[in-house]
Write a protein that binds this ligand. Sequence first.
Ligand code: PLP
Length: 464
Amino acid sequence: MTTITNHLPTAELQRLDAAHHMHPFTTGDALNKKGARVITKARGVFLTDSEGIEILDGMAGLWCVNIGYGREEMAEAAARQIRELTYYNTFFQTTHVPAIALAAKLAELAPGDLNHVFFAGSGSEANDTNLRMVRTYWAQKGQPERNIVIARKNGYHGSTMGGGSLGGMAPIHSQGGLPIPNIHHIGQPHWYAEGGDMSPEEFGLQRAQELEAAILEFGPERVAAFIGEAVQGAGGVIIPPSTYWPEIQRICKKYDILLIVDEVITGFGRTGNWFACETFGIEPDIITVAKGLSSGYQPIGGSIVGDKVAAVINACEFNHGYTYSGHPVAAAVALENLRILEEEKVLDHVREVAAPYLKAKWEALADHPLVGEAKICGMMGSIALTPDKASRAKFASEEGTVGLICRERCFANSLVMRHVGDRMIISPPLVITPAEIDILIERATKSLDECLAAVKERGLYKAA
Ligand SMILES: *Cc1c(COP(=O)(O)O)cnc(C)c1O
């Protein structure tokens, strides 16, 4: 077998990648023709590729590397745990210190009575757990017909059968027989794209009231739970109007519907608090976590469960779990990540330094001729590209054409900024400094300028 090292020529790595590696959410043939960019190392907020080019990672990997790349203490924590107890399960009346310590720490950090943790290996798995848990909760309470879960169009909850079904993304639903039964999707609180002439506040209320309408249509005795991301991430960093979450909360309470808030992106400081539930004043029954839980240093996720649901689930045998639920190495690394976030006061840095500085610079991008709105919540931001600011118009070209051009300009300018359709999004490591934010904004502005020039040149600067 050949040893695959960083020292092979880029073209050879790309050839092997094309021959053997199937990429997630990718058209393999198209990627294989041009070759994937090979990332070889990373420190802080910067990635390095196989050609030695340094790239500012405006996405913290996939929204996860909250403490930045390459922390020595994290490597030490993993090594220490591998030597001490590499692996053991938590199925058969056994437990271990990392799982105990992490569950207790999460119970301490999470708001309200969210005092219990069911571990998973990822956000998708945790949402699969949630789906089974809320249905089991009602079945145990003698209401097995109460099994409909209401979610949102353009929500993202992962890409397993359960997670992909809870999500409301048409491209995911179009493959593999999703959504599974008894999941219903209502409209998203996306004012910029769908709010028409309403004010954001009116629109937020209206979209939340779609939940009440759906509950009344099915009958409250059929509805188990509502799930939503505090701020939609993969859907395009869509920050809900201020009226949205209070109304959702009111409706869930009124009809005794369990509320699951997916904090896979928003947890662990992304919005300036440990959880976005605090930022938005939401009191959920279950929170989904993953990503920033370990800053992406190890794959780990989980469901943080309130007393009410835990009491019912603990009273039965919940026939569910993963070989790697609470994996000791992943748990030890997550604990070290939480220690760093706490002891280095990373949330204070977000609230007092990084988020205000980034907000001022980011919102100023709204003055760019290609930008219709520039919004940010803590350390996750979006800009909507438009040919006509005043009307919030879409481009005449197929959605995503202009976004992709912009993304490719960013790529060329050594900035990772992702596009979702014709929206550009960022979610940088929380530890980013003002000087690094300056670089991010400088590269984003250059990319927007180049995108505008390309769009004009190709005759795409036209409203639909
Ligand atoms: C990424 C994400 C997930 C899925 O997490 P995986 O670890 O990729 O399975 C679920 N929910 C939200 C909100 C996410 O952003």
